[in-house]
Design a protein around this ligand. Sequence first.
Ligand SMILES: Nc1ncnc2c1ncn2[C@@H]1O[C@H](COP(=O)(O)OP(=O)(O)OP(=O)(O)O)[C@@H](O)[C@H]1O
Length: 361
Amino acid sequence: MEIRIEGLCKTYQSEGRTVAALDHVDLTIPANEIFTLLGPSGCGKTTLLRCIVGLETPDAGEIRIGDDIVWSAERRIAVPTEKRGLGMVFQTYAIWPHMSVFDNIAYPLQVRGTPRAQIREKVARALEFVQLRGVERQPATRLSGGQQQRVALARALVAEPRVILFDEPLSNLDAKLREETRKLLRQFLGELGITAIYVTHDRVEALALSHTIAVMQSGRVIETGTPQHMYFDAQHRYVADFIGRANQFPAIVRQRENDYTLARCGLGTIHCQARDLPEGAEATLCIRPEFIRITRHEVGPGFNVIEGTIESMDFVGEVYEAEIRVNDERLLARIDPDVKATPGERVEIRLDPAHCLLLSA
Ligand SMILES: Nc1ncnc2c1ncn2[C@@H]1O[C@H](COP(=O)(O)OP(=O)(O)OP(=O)(O)O)[C@@H](O)[C@H]1O
């Protein structure tokens, strides 16, 4: 089910100030995708989710779910939450401690007055789906955090919603469980083929889970795209920075040269991925640490081969994180452990031109 949001605004009054939690948000959430709202605390993710669900009343704009307008300021439409056909999974599992796993999952069906035989069948299917068969008679609180979150997912699923919404559902789990549950969730949602809107401030979660990511800042959607687009080809400095670690330098755009756009910055004149920016424009050169390589003079003269001094090398597991000084700038690089380099050493490095991005300043 596609969701379309147009011109959505929501302000709050807080301590005498007006806060624009949503500032003219336009968004199309494609059917049957995992669509993630990503951004720092306070950027408006939860407010947007709550407006879609109907727990919050926007000031202006329109929300459509499939062909139905569920909220419109202009047309004075406000479909109540329970009629929007949505399921929700929250950060706190919101399961009832005094009920068994079965009763927790069955609850939305019981409320609707679904016949008991049908409830048993549907709950059994949901339990199977979230891989929790065999624990249905246990008190829900006896399960681990990850299992409790799967109970919450099963409860959302039995109601057969048109869209399922997640608000930071994994943030209470420890790192290992978070990763496992994330993988299961992706698998479940992929098999279900349901539209899912997922709110997180965790970029790794967003990259690993989503078909599409929308990055938000101060109540606005800054950029939308696939995880690969957002990581490798973001158009906005803010997005490139938020979605992963990036070296960023102020730069002035120079001429085009074959397949590249040249830019002058503190590192020198750098060949960058071609961008349609006028010569002389101010821009930001952005390069991720994994696209910087110590070459040891093996490549000969080529694009973007520059010299620098290693300032520090920190072993962080699979790679070293090196800080390299080039002129007055510092570059963060991820270096293979088999490349031997020591602090103080003068080295030759190459910046992969295909991954030198010029972002408009
Ligand atoms: N009920 C409220 N009253 C006043 N201000 C609010 C209210 N709800 C949200 N806000 C403000 O609106 C802005 C957006 O909040 P929102 O909770 O949507 O952000 P978020 O991106 O979900 O943040 P978090 O990740 O911390 O939940 C913030 O500045 C917040 O302080």
